[in-house]
Design a protein around this ligand. Structure first.
Ligand code: ASP
Ligand code: MG
Length: 444
């Protein structure tokens, strides 16, 4: 019997969090793989460090690294007795030294993304080192693995693709002999030439699912700072309710629609081997939480509301009369694939193709590219996509739409989607985005 537990940054944000993790891990008697993300907001901090080094502000990046080091040291001191704290610091020092070296040699990297992955992956190397020391205080049989030597990926830095066959061989060779507890990094992998890669932000859930699949685990539990999977973000809907059981298909729909609770790529590797996924609160290890598994056959009994902010709604229209939809679709989608845009909705009419994509720098390139192809492109920035899944009733729709300015709506077999204006709550940088006048209004 093997289980996989995954703990995110919030679960390990300080010494108390790691102590709590240790309690949860030690209350489990099975063979257990513990997958861990970087501590707290370390990944964001490393992103800043990477950016300043790449832009030539070495001193700034080194002093930010120093701050990160102090933070990690404080956790080590709060967590471990003096003698093991010293040993733990000796290990983390090696990682900080290597990072220092990397920052001073940013120019040696062929691309920003390659450099980014070498530095940003450090967050998980640090957290897992500390977590394994903490567990070792109370359980002698603990191993620490290095995911960059086990999870084999291509060299598409920042969103590397996992080679499942090669990874399976590595898992078998490296991991079959751990007997009680092992700790490993989420989010990171390794490509040819000993370069580290990352699987995309928030990718640790996905890593945990891959390990569960390759170890033929009996279950995966993701420990979170929420009671389980709720039918809405409780920050928006204080009356949100827990969904105790869910089918794999519903979980896939939910995460692809933008629910933050689990990473979208997590479900498939589990579904393929019929491994149940538990989502539980790390604040209450005995809570039942939510379970997603093959035994669940019933549809969702409540409506589920998912908000995806920071979207751009782009409509492409051919300027001449010979609009060949098939040809245009293929042009639009090959541009999307090339620029790695994240598409959340697609709709077409006889003469237009409309997509909602997550806003980032590539979106400008996308628009420019299509304009160069001779298309007329209109778009709305700073829109949000609201998806309603599960038990959809008129009241459920009213609840999310009330007076909002809906510019597009779409009904599918099991969902209703609305693109709405001015639904920005967070994380949109107003200085860089200026809305073009809206020329488009589509209501189907
Ligand atoms: N630490 C990484 C991130 O914050 C991966 C993860 O947390 O899943 O994106
Ligand atoms: Mg994280």
């Amino acid at each position: 019997m093997t289980k996989v537990y995954k703990f995110g940054g919030a679960a390990v944000k300080d010494a108390d969090g790691i102590r709590n993790l240790t309690r949860i891990v030690l209350s489990e008697n099975e063979r257990l793989l513990v997958v861990v993300s970087a501590i707290g907001k370390t990944t964001n901090e490393l992103e800043q460090i990477v950016a300043s080094a790449w832009e030539g502000r070495l001193e700034e990046s080194l002093s930010l690294l120093e701050i990160l080091k102090v933070k990690h040291y404080k956790i080590i001191d709060d967590l471990l007795p003096v003698s093991s704290a010293q040993l733990c610091k000796a290990e983390t020092d090696k990682i900080f030294l290597q990072t220092d070296y990397l920052l001073r040699h940013s120019q040696d990297f062929a691309s920003f993304n390659a450099f980014y992955d070498q530095v940003v992956s450090v967050g998980e190397l640090l957290s897992t080192t500390i977590v394994s020391f903490a567990i070792a205080e109370r359980e002698a049989d603990v191993r620490l693995f290095n995911a960059s030597r086990i999870v084999r990926t291509d060299a598409q830095f920042r969103s590397a693709n996992v080679d499942m066959q090669a990874t399976a061989v590595n898992v078998k060779r490296e991991m079959s002999d751990f007997t009680r507890v092992a700790v490993i990094q989420g989010f990171i992998g390794g490509a040819d030439g000993a370069l580290r890669t990352t699987l995309g932000r928030e990718g640790s859930d996905y890593s945990a699912a891959l390990f569960a699949n390759l170890l033929n685990a009996d279950s995966l539990t993701i420990w979170k700072d929420v009671p389980g999977i709720l039918n809405a973000d409780p920050k928006r809907f204080p009356q949100a309710v827990l969904i105790p059981r869910m089918r794999y298909e519903d979980a896939i729909e939910l995460s692809y629609s933008g629910a933050q609770v689990i990473h979208p790529k997590t479900i498939r590797p589990l579904q393929n081997k019929n491994i149940p996924l538990y989502v539980k609160p790390f604040t209450d290890k005995n809570a039942s939480g939510s379970v997603i598994c093959g035994q669940v056959t019933e549809a969702l009994a409540v409506p589920v509301y998912i908000y995806r902010e920071n979207q751009v709604l782009v409509t492409v229209r051919d300027t001449d009369f010979g609009f060949a939809l098939e040809e245009s679709l293929s042009k639009v989608f090959s541009a999307i694939a090339r620029l790695h845009l994240q598409v959340s909705l697609v709709q077409n009419s006889a003469i237009t193709i409309t997509v909602s994509v997550t806003d980032n720098q590539q979106v400008d390139e996308f628009i420019g590219l299509l304009q160069n192809e001779g298309y007329r492109v209109t778009y709305n920035r700073q829109v949000a996509l609201i998806t309603v899944l599960g038990k959809i009733t008129p009241q459920a729709i009213d609840k999310v739409i009330d007076n909002k300015d809906v510019i597009l709506s779409q009904t599918t077999r099991n969902s209703q989607k609305f693109v709405v204006k001015n639904e920005i709550l967070k994380q949109v940088a107003p200085s860089i985005r200026i809305d073009k006048p809206c020329r488009m209004r589509i209501r189907y």
